[in-house]
Write a protein of this length. Structure first.
Length: 207
């Protein structure tokens, strides 16, 4: 890069490009923090269609349901014509999560949130729309193949469609949790010891 006299200038940042590159993840971070600070997430919203990753050493949930469902993708529909995403939905009435990590990748920029290393993260009325889930799971008093519209162990979390396949349990424990999700909703989501950081191009996703 050269200055107005034609001399080479080193170490100068193009702030306009920097602002554009950082704008999207900064807005995303602001929305996430606002949701946490208010203690509540909207019960219904249109998802962007962008997936994010979540990992945890351990999740212990009281009142668990799981079924297939549709996620409204109004934003994606404007771009692709695809109105819905089909996803697995998991509802948990009360959850404690140890060593939570959540990352959202926007191009080369990764937004990373960590919490619950010493005191578990707590969530009430948790509903997750996901495409992938792995880990070691243990269920207590599980019913598999129940009509998704009749499951009530995670109430007041929403239920599935009439005639849909579902399963529910009194309790679920998942260790070494890895999850790829489209959306997370909760009436209360308490992130103890929260850390939020932005990384550029150095692979700081949860897994």
């Amino acid at each position: 890069m050269k200055d107005s006299q034609g001399d080479v200038v080193e170490g100068r940042t193009n702030w306009r490009r920097f602002a554009i590159a950082m704008g999207i993840p900064t807005v995303a971070a602001g929305v996430l923090v606002a949701g946490v600070a208010s203690g509540a997430v909207a019960a219904s919203f249109s998802v962007s269609g962008t997936q994010f990753k979540l990992s945890a050493d351990k999740l212990v949930g009281e009142g668990f349901t799981q079924y297939s469902g549709r996620l409204d993708t109004e934003t994606v529909q404007k771009q692709t014509g695809q109105k819905y995403l089909i996803a697995a939905k998991s509802g948990i009435r009360s959850a404690d999560i140890t060593n939570l990590c959540q990352t959202v990748a926007v191009g080369p920029v990764v937004l990373r949130i960590e919490a619950g290393k010493n005191t578990p993260v707590h969530a009430d009325n948790l509903l997750i729309g996901m495409s992938e889930l792995s880990g070691d799971a243990e269920f207590t008093n599980i019913n598999i193949g129940q009509d998704a519209s009749t499951m009530g162990k995670a109430d007041p979390v929403e239920r599935g469609d009439v005639g849909g396949f579902g399963q529910q349990a009194d309790k679920v424990t998942i260790t070494n949790l890895h999850q790829v999700a489209y959306s997370t909703q909760a009436s209360t989501f308490k992130l103890t010891g929260m850390s939020l950081k932005l990384f550029v191009g150095d692979g700081k996703e949860c897994f």
